[in-house]
Design a protein around this ligand. Structure first.
Ligand code: F7E
Length: 335
């Protein structure tokens, strides 16, 4: 039985990946912050249904000793490093902690693997945010990086660390350059979930408006459930490498809004208010991924495309909001 270690197992991607690996008969271990372990009802809602099947370990990206001892104890065959401060907007407000946690955390996990499990295959959750002010559309593995946020900068450093551990120490280390990927398990601060949750609450009379920033930004949005499969496929190849994972389509935030409100039979223009507070100091205007390398190398394809994704998320939130008496706390204006 293969052993996998997932940092950030309680996040959107971690939860889908854990389910996927359990189905493949892996022994699945996860790193979770102690504060989250102490409040499972709120913090572990995405993995509540599989808690009896996985093994969780308290650890933090800020603590090398905690990660070192987990790697030493678990001796994983595969490690998926997904944990990070991943909210781009917040990274402008707390750039130091984003940069410290994300870069050091990745470095600590890589170093622990080199020292205690050098045969372990390593996956790093790199990001399309690394392209930032992209030199070309669509972006592929050779497109130069021009990050536009502390988050993007931290991911470029993580990407370089991963490549360097591959080249310098012979670790089987891969970068997955994942474009935006969403699902009904997405955090409420990200624009897609913020929209679908607001649509559901407006539909059920729990909310009257939705405040958003830049509706013109364009993203390549895919389904997280499809993307975790690509993470695993990368680690099953003969040689470690870096891959773009995307749908190949780009759509604006405005298009997402129109489709989600339309699905609920609502006219978005009556509810959406543009609020400058949600604009970013530096925006990434357009992302569109060229995933042909992953397609050719291991036949990965995105199954869920834009329209189906919007419908899936809106429907799930409408179902969740029915029977509720109060709007969710996610309406607190998190930038
Ligand atoms: O913003 C615009 C915002 O926060 C998408 C993370 O998973 O994907 C994600 O990063 C766009 C931006 O995701 C609001 O300005 C307008 O242009 O959903 P988001 P993101 O920044 O693209 C990448 C690949 C990652 O790696 C990240 O970890 O939507 N936008 N109005 C807004 N965004 C938010 N959050 N809230 C608004 O009110």
């Amino acid at each position: 039985m293969k052993r996998a270690l997932i940092t950030g197992i309680d996040g959107q991607d971690g939860s889908y990946l854990a389910e996927f690996l359990l189905e493949k008969d892996y022994e699945v271990h996860g790193v979770i912050r102690r504060v989250a372990l102490e409040d499972p009802e709120h913090q572990l809602w995405r993995i509540k249904h599989i808690l009896g099947k996985i093994k969780v370990h308290a650890g933090s990206l800020e603590s090398y000793p905690s990660l070192f001892s987990i790697v030493e104890k678990v001796k994983p065959d595969e490690c998926y490093h997904l944990a990070a401060q991943s909210f781009v907007s917040y990274s402008f407000e707390d750039e130091f902690s984003t940069i410290n946690t994300n870069i050091n955390g990745t470095h600590y996990v890589l170093s622990a693997i080199k020292e205690r499990a050098p045969k372990c295959k390593f996956y790093f959750a790199a990001s399309s945010e690394m392209f930032g002010h992209a030199k070309e559309v669509p972006q592929n593995e050779d497109t130069p990086f021009h990050p536009r946020s502390p988050y993007g900068i931290s991911k470029v450093a993580g990407f370089d660390l991963t490549r360097n551990y591959r080249e310098a120490y012979g670790i089987f280390a891969c970068n997955g350059i994942l474009f935006n990927h969403e699902s009904p398990r997405r955090g409420f601060e990200f624009v897609t979930r913020k929209i679908t949750n607001a649509v559901a609450e407006i539909k059920h009379g729990l909310s009257k408006e939705l405040r958003l920033g830049n509706l013109d930004a364009k993203r390549d949005w895919g389904f997280a459930g499809d993307y975790v499969k690509a993470m695993w496929m990368m680690l099953q190849q003969d040689k470690p490498d870096d891959y773009v994972i995307a749908t190949g389509e780009t759509h604006s935030v405005g298009e997402f809004v129109e489709l989600a409100f339309g699905y609920a039979g609502l006219d978005w223009k009556k509810f959406v208010i543009i609020d400058k507070n949600f604009y970013r100091p530096a925006e990434v205007n357009i992302l569109q991924g060229d995933y042909s390398k992953a397609q050719n190398k291991f036949r990965w394809e995105p199954v869920v495309k834009f329209k189906k994704l919007v419908e899936m998320m809106t429907e799930a939130d409408i179902k969740r909001a029915s029977g509720k008496n109060n709007p969710s706390t996610c309406n607190v204006p998190v930038k």
